[in-house]
Design a protein around this ligand. Structure first.
Ligand code: SAM
Length: 185
């Protein structure tokens, strides 16, 4: 039961997990809605957790698109490897998204088409958020997209520090309801 496992991880590290349950399939659908999958060479997902967004990405990506999942929780990483470890062009990394640059180099990726982030920026330490957002901007293609969700609007200003365009949609069918932010340079 994934939600139980999720709740346990939340109790052990609320600041890093940032949610008591995995996101809904409705939120997942909104997270990938604006992605143009044709021609995308690399998509990075931060904080995939139990893989709600990963499922959508895998279902729609083209077989040649490299998908890099970066998850710093050991239990979730183990689950992700069991579920998706056999897929071609999928790399599952157990580390912090702070080190995204290191893994892009390792997998021979210069620039990224999309970053899909499940990270809880509202509770992460500010220096960690700044580092991750700075590197994300640096490695995104000029027309690439950074897509994230949050439960409140308090980090909208932070996203605007890094991205010129930040648009937002509300998703009610999630516990709690969430905002999806679609950002580009
Ligand atoms: C709110 S949960 C979202 C999980 C999943 N994407 C979902 O929507 O159900 C946040 C996830 O980010 C992961 N996480 C937190 N800080 C991280 C970091 N610095 N690098 C990578 N993953 C991180 C947590 O372990 C957790 O899986």
């Amino acid at each position: 039961m994934e939600w139980l496992s999720f709740l346990k991880q939340y109790i052990q590290g609320p600041r890093w997990i940032g949610a008591i349950a995995p996101s809904s399939k409705y939120l997942a659908a909104k997270m990938v809605k604006d992605i143009v999958f044709e021609g995308a060479s690399c998509i990075v997902e931060y904080g995939p957790g139990t893989g709600v967004f990963t499922e959508k990405l895998l279902a729609t990506r083209q077989p040649g698109t490299v998908l890099i999942l970066i998850e710093n929780n050991a239990r979730f990483c183990h689950m992700l490897r069991k579920k998706y470890g056999h897929h071609q062009n999928v790399h599952i990394v157990h580390d912090s998204a702070v080190h995204v640059d290191q893994y892009l180099r390792q997998y021979g990726v210069n620039k990224v088409d999309y970053i899909v982030s499940g990270l809880p920026f509202a509770s992460l330490p500010t220096d960690v958020s700044l580092d991750i957002l700075g590197k994300s901007r640096q490695y995104l293609k000029q027309d690439g997209g950074f897509i994230t969700f949050q439960y409140t609007l308090i980090k909208r200003g932070l996203l605007k520090q890094f991205f010129g365009n930040v648009s937002m949609t509300r998703v009610y069918r999630n516990l709690p309801p969430a905002y999806v932010f679609s950002c580009s340079r």
